[in-house]
Design a protein around this ligand. Structure first.
Ligand code: SF4
Length: 768
């Protein structure tokens, strides 16, 4: 069999010369390599801008090069010299552009003018900001209820943009805030709130310097949080155990060559990251953690029986937790057979991991989408919390729970009010500050918003960044829902598919990027703020000249729409858009933890928001760290797939040339894929069951029994090291297979990591 040309060399290690070469390529492709390179020296620097990539933290005493390969891609992609001007839109109808790939659309470059959709010519036409604001306000006010409008937020929006957005929307009269975290770490927020009393992680970067063991679950930092590899490498080099649970062998978790390490770069060397790497089954993390807990309890019984000290942190358990005995009983009631079958790991492997945990004085657990995008994700994260309580690994240095967020400010957006279920305390403080009643009825998250847009009860969609149509599941249904709208508005830096599903009235409004200088009418450069996964809030000030004089900041655009929709009697939107210190003053007066915001955010590296767990204060119902007693799922999709011929469980993930739905290129060099995205990774031993060989083309058929036919056509099979019965491929292309009707319990997060599918050979399908 000839090796298809797209299958190229896999990198030996993440980072290294490959990363530098890739950075160089992206900067050159941006057409402004010098601007891009200069910008990188200001990325994640106290007097610079916050990388518009992920939400990994910035070290207290960072180096001059506080960025990674994917940070360079994000900046080069934004700082491109290419422009999608009005003449481009006049040459291409929306129907034609809908057939372009995500990559080709964004590669056209930065939007330059506010654009209004002209249905007659099926094209977007340049318009003015005033016309746009006026018509958007008019359509919103023409709806018979504010609850007929959906206000989506992408996690790239700054605290200031998110705060004025929530204020405008609540003054408009609704809590309909579908946001991107509904599709990523919602399960983390729900579970941690119940277990420790705050829906955020408890770890700071310095804890990685003290931990003896770091459990990395369902996460691929090499692509999604690359600077985390630096922290894991330093931990591994000082002897800490890094235990990985991931169905896929991800290069970054195997070996990392730190581009800032001269010796490794000169010798072509690299450092082993994972000391233990287990390819757990999809959705098997809960069983794996339950297995480790079971082994810890067995070790404790043995220690007690031998008259040795308990291996548990009895003081912590007695003083700080509730429900310990109930949890112990539920662990005892869980059989090793169920644990082994669901996790795909052997009892001995889990006992070995428990030993690492017991021998470690300080342990951290980190996780991402591999944990949060299943039906039972909330229960899995509660189980991770249970496990960490056993040896008091929360609320002390070198320990903790660390959901690693995707978007650079997804955590900040929730903190400043992007929440369809706002607390009464927050609404009370807004009412006190603004003297008007706020809507109390809980609103729509992403799933509820989609349902309302499909059944027609919602008639307007406003998108603050993002690519809603491509980030969400069941793509054909979303396309129909968006085109159903009376109004669609997208605030964006570049053209994407969501813009090409216009409602009756549709606007694409171009905003400044994170790297660009945001000057007010007096020429004063303004800063915005973001909050990373470690609850650190810091300032970000652009340094590049805006891509077009027509661009406006997200804050200014929202203030323009707000003034046209709800008027300026209650809030002086113009003043807020001219001076973000005023926005921060409002945040400081209405949200706990932001006192002295404007002063604190101008300190190098900003400040950390108060986290009660750091003081072992638990804002839970029991005022204790709370054990839960969830049962393992009766059957995961992976177990179901293993039990039926021809049935497989699919996980969608990112390539290394991608950030969320933004596709920077068609390579995935850590997995040996070049120039192609229509690929599906299959265990070599499963190829026979599909009746295919590596390189064959297949159609992937959705097998969720809700009566909706789902198929992803013409994907190339790639033999890859995955657990039997599981397959993997890229989103957004494969979101067409993710059913809207399967969502995480308590989180409503699409189950993109456990989608039931089967295969048919593309030729056979064509012949049929
Ligand atoms: S780790 Fe994340 S935030 Fe840091 S430079 Fe890379 S993409 Fe940007």
């Amino acid at each position: 069999m000839n090796k298809p040309e797209f299958l190229g060399k896999k990198s030996k290690a993440a980072g290294g010369w490959g990363a530098l070469k890739s950075c160089g390529k992206k900067l050159l492709a941006s057409g402004s390599p010098l601007t891009g390179a200069a910008a990188m020296l200001k990325a994640n620097q106290p007097d610079g801008f916050d990388c518009p990539g992920c939400a990994w933290g910035d070290p207290e005493h960072g180096s001059s090069f506080e960025f990674c390969e994917n940070g360079v891609k994000a900046v080069a992609w934004e700082a491109t010299d290419k422009r999608a001007r009005p003449d481009f839109f006049s040459r291409h109808t929306v129907s034609e552009l809908r057939n372009w790939s995500d990559y080709d659309l964004e590669r056209e470059g930065r939007l330059t003018h506010p654009m209004r959709y002209d249905a007659e010519s099926d094209t977007y036409r340049a318009t003015t900001w005033d016309e746009a604001f006026a018509e958007i306000g008019a359509v919103l006010n023409s709806l018979d209820s504010p609850n007929r409008a959906e206000f989506y937020t992408s996690g790239r929006a700054s605290n200031e943009a998110a705060y004025v957005y929530q204020l405008f929307v609540r003054l408009y009269g609704t809590n309909n805030f579908p946001d991107c975290s509904n599709m990523c770490h919602e399960a983390s927020g729900v579970a941690l709130d119940q277990a420790i009393g705050i829906g955020k992680g408890t770890v700071v970067l310095e804890d990685f310097e003290k931990a003896d063991a770091i459990f990395v679950i369902g996460q691929n930092p090499g692509t999604n949080h690359p600077r985390m590899l630096g922290d894991l490498r330093r931990a591994a080099m000082r002897g800490a155990r890094v235990a990985v649970f991931n169905p896929v062998r991800e290069k970054g978790l195997e070996r990392f060559a730190d581009p800032q390490d001269k010796l490794e770069m000169l010798t072509g060397g690299s450092t082993a990251i994972a000391s233990e790497y287990y390819q757990v089954r999809l959705g098997g993390d809960m069983a794996a953690v339950r297995g480790m807990a079971k082994a810890v309890f067995a070790a404790d019984d043995a220690a007690i029986a031998a008259g040795e000290p308990s291996v548990l942190d009895r003081n912590f358990l007695e003083q700080h937790t509730s429900g310990f005995e109930l949890y112990r009983a539920s662990v005892n009631a869980t059989s090793w057979d169920d644990i082994v079958d669901q996790s795909g790991l052997s009892r001995a492997e889990l006992e070995g991991l428990a030993e690492i945990y017991i021998k470690s004085e300080r342990s951290i657990c980190t996780w991402a989408m591999g944990v949060t995008q299943h039906r039972h994700s909330v229960a899995t994260i509660r189980e991770i919390s249970n496990f960490m309580f056993l040896r008091g690994n929360v609320g002390r240095p070198g320990t903790g729970l660390c959901p690693v967020r995707g978007h650079s400010n997804v955590q900040g957006d929730r903190t400043v009010g992007i929440n369809e279920k706002p607390s009464n305390a927050f609404l009370d403080s807004l009412e006190k500050e603004f003297g008007v009643r706020m809507p109390r009825r809980h609103g729509h998250n992403v799933l509820a918003a989609i349902g309302a847009m499909i059944d027609g009860s919602s008639q307007a969609f406003i998108g603050l960044g993002g690519n809603f149509a491509r980030a969400t599941p069941d793509s054909p249904l979303i396309a129909k829902a968006l085109k159903n709208q009376k109004l669609t508005v997208n605030i964006a830096t570049k053209l994407n598919h969501s813009h090409l599903l216009p409602g009756e009235v549709s606007y694409v409004l171009p905003c400044l990027g994170r790297t660009e200088i945001d000057r007010n009418a007096k020429g004063v450069a303004q800063i915005v703020t973001v909050e990373d996964s470690m609850s650190m809030v810091h300032g970000s000030g652009g340094i590049n000249k805006p891509a077009s004089p027509e661009l406006r900041s997200e804050v200014a655009i929202i203030c323009g729409i707000a003034a046209a929709t709800v008027g300026s009697e209650v809030v002086d939107w113009a003043a807020l858009s001219q001076n973000y210190d005023l926005v921060r003053d409002l945040i400081a007066r209405t949200i706990p933890g932001f006192h002295g915001y404007n002063e604190k955010v101008r300190r190098p590296r900003g400040f950390r928001l108060y986290n009660a767990v750091e003081h072992r204060v638990w804002n839970t119902r029991s005022h204790k760290a709370t054990f839960s007693t969830d049962r393992l799922p009766t059957e995961t999709e992976h177990q179901k797939a293993l039990g039926e011929d021809g049935l497989f469980v699919l996980q969608t993930f990112r390539s290394h040339d991608q950030y969320n739905t933004t596709v920077y290129g068609l390579d995935d060099r850590y997995r040996g894929i070049y120039g192609e995205r229509q690929v599906v990774f299959v265990n070599p031993s499963d190829l026979a069951e599909i009746g295919a060989v590596s390189g064959d083309r297949v159609n992937i058929v959705g097998r969720h029994d809700d009566g909706i036919a789902r198929v992803a056509e013409n994907f190339r099979v790639v033999a890859y090291d995955l657990p039997r019965g599981s397959v993997a491929g890229y989103y957004p292309e494969l979101n067409v297979l993710v059913p809207l009707s399967t969502a995480g319990e308590e989180s409503d997060t699409p189950t993109s990591k456990s989608v039931l599918v089967s295969f048919e050979l593309a030729q056979q399908a064509q012949a049929a």
